[in-house]
Design a protein around this ligand. Structure first.
Ligand SMILES: C[S@@+](CC[C@H](N)C(=O)[O-])C[C@H]1O[C@@H](n2cnc3c(N)ncnc32)[C@H](O)[C@@H]1O
Length: 177
């Protein structure tokens, strides 16, 4: 379970009627979607990988989870949400599509809602790949008009599936006033 999901959920007080709505972008097999549903959220998960669909469908049999297989770059509108969570996914959206995706996220966030995302920085080793890598000032610009709950930036030597890697990441939690 990603700590970002736990922290984001802790910023909201789930209610039964109507339940709070969470959108998860890049759900993977649904670990965080499951956690959020068990916390009382209605969850809308999105992932471009069709192979995660069956796992999400299994979760949806017993939990309030709906899943859509889609490329985020192709989504024009998201459900109005109290929480928008995206762990280790938005950096893989191509730079050309990122600002549209981010506008869609901002438009879906309800007043009082929380957005919690991982982003990659512009000194990350993967900057030559087709993703989105942001300078701190660009991250701050994305958050303009939101209340920043947490903006932590980390640079470290570590590993990826491809071997040693310099990681430059941001962890962002912000609330719409
Ligand atoms: C590194 S995994 C993270 C999965 C999960 N959120 C987690 O934290 O373990 C990235 C996920 O994002 C999905 N993904 C990557 N690019 C995407 C895009 N453009 N649209 C939708 N999903 C995407 C991948 O299929 C994958 O499931």
């Amino acid at each position: 379970m990603r700590p970002l999901a736990r922290r984001a959920a802790s910023l909201l007080s789930p209610r039964a009627h109507p339940p709070l709505v969470a959108v998860e972008l890049g759900s993977g097999a649904g670990v965080e979607a499951r956690f959020l549903a068990e916390q009382g959220f209605d969850v809308h998960g999105y992932d471009s990988d069709p192979s995660v669909g069956p796992a999400m469908a299994r979760l949806a049999r017993t939990l309030p989870i709906r899943h859509t297989t889609a490329d985020l770059a192709q989504i024009d509108v998201l459900p109005a949400a109290d929480l928008i969570l995206s762990c280790a996914t938005l950096p893989f959206v191509p730079r050309t599509a990122f600002s549209t995706v981010w506008s869609t996220v901002r438009d879906a966030l309800r007043p009082g809602g929380v957005v919690a995302v991982d982003l990659f920085g512009d000194r990350d080793d993967w900057t030559s790949t087709d993703g989105t890598f942001l300078a701190r000032a660009e991250v701050l610009a994305l958050l303009d008009g939101l209340e920043i709950v947490e903006l932590s930036e980390e640079e470290r030597e570590g590993r990826s599936f491809a071997g040693p890697k310099h990681w430059h990441t941001y962890r962002v939690l912000a609330r719409r006033p």
